[in-house]
Every structure is written in structure tokens, then in C-alpha cells.
Ligand binder design. Structure first.
Ligand code: FES
Length: 116
């Protein structure tokens, strides 16, 4: 699933932006979704109620990670099956390759991701 989101600057942190993802019901445990913004594509995962956000484009050849599979804590890229831990962003065969992580918060019943 994909959503289109608009980043809005924090009132107190000028270099970050809160991106509205949606209500928690849009992201049940064991699911992930793609968030498209003007500044990039991100993947948000729900692991047993714990939310994680990482970059959404595979560093191998640009596959859309949220369109792959989520097995436990592992995102499987839909194009060539590279695997990344959604909690750390690490590629399983080479931890030096990793997706950038982003903070996730729930505010007033809405999921937000902090983006640079
Ligand atoms: S593009 Fe993701 S594994 Fe190749």
C-alpha cells in the first residue's frame, strides 16, 4: 500500500519535518506501507505494535521496498529479494549496507515520521 504525504516543518526544529502517515488502523501489526513525499520514498513497518521507518528505495537497484514482503522484522525487496531488518535498516548479508532509519511518533492518534 502507498500513501502520498506532505511534509510540514516542525515548529521548533527547522531541519526536520513531520510527515503525516495516517491513523494506526492503516498500519496493523505485521504490515508495512510506502510513504511518498516530495523529498523521497519511505517504508513504515508495524512489528507487533512497534513502528519503524526506513528509506523506501532498495540500495541494490531501486526496488520499492514496501511493495515487497514483511517476514517478522525483515523487509524483502520485491525485485531481487535482498533482505533488510526494518529495526536497524541493515542488509542481512552486509551490515555495512543499510537503509537510513527515521523516527516514528504517534501524536493525537496519527502516525508521523520525522524526516530530514
Ligand atoms: S532492487 Fe532490491 S534487491 Fe534488487
Amino acid at each position: 500500500m502507498s500513501i502520498r504525504a506532505t511534509a510540514e516543518p516542525h515548529a521548533s526544529v527547522s531541519l526536520m519535518a513531520l510527515v503525516r502517515v495516517g491513523p494506526p488502523a492503516a498500519l496493523p501489526p505485521g504490515s508495512m506501507l510506502q510513504v511518498d513525499t516530495d523529498c523521497g520514498v519511505y517504508t513504515v513497518c508495524n512489528i507487533d505494535g512497534e513502528l519503524h521507518a526506513v528509506d523506501g528505495i532498495c540500495p541494490h537497484r531501486g526496488g520499492p521496498l514496501a511493495h515487497g514482503a514483511l517476514h517478522g522484522t525483515t523487509i524483502v525487496c520485491p525485485w531481487h529479494a535482498w533482505e533488510f531488518d526494518c529495526r536497524s535498516g541493515e542488509y542481512d548479508l552486509d551490515p555495512a549496507i543499510r537503509l537510513k532509519k527515521h523516527s516514528v511518533t504517534i501524536k493525537d492518534g496519527i502516525i508521523f515520521v520525522d524526516l530530514p
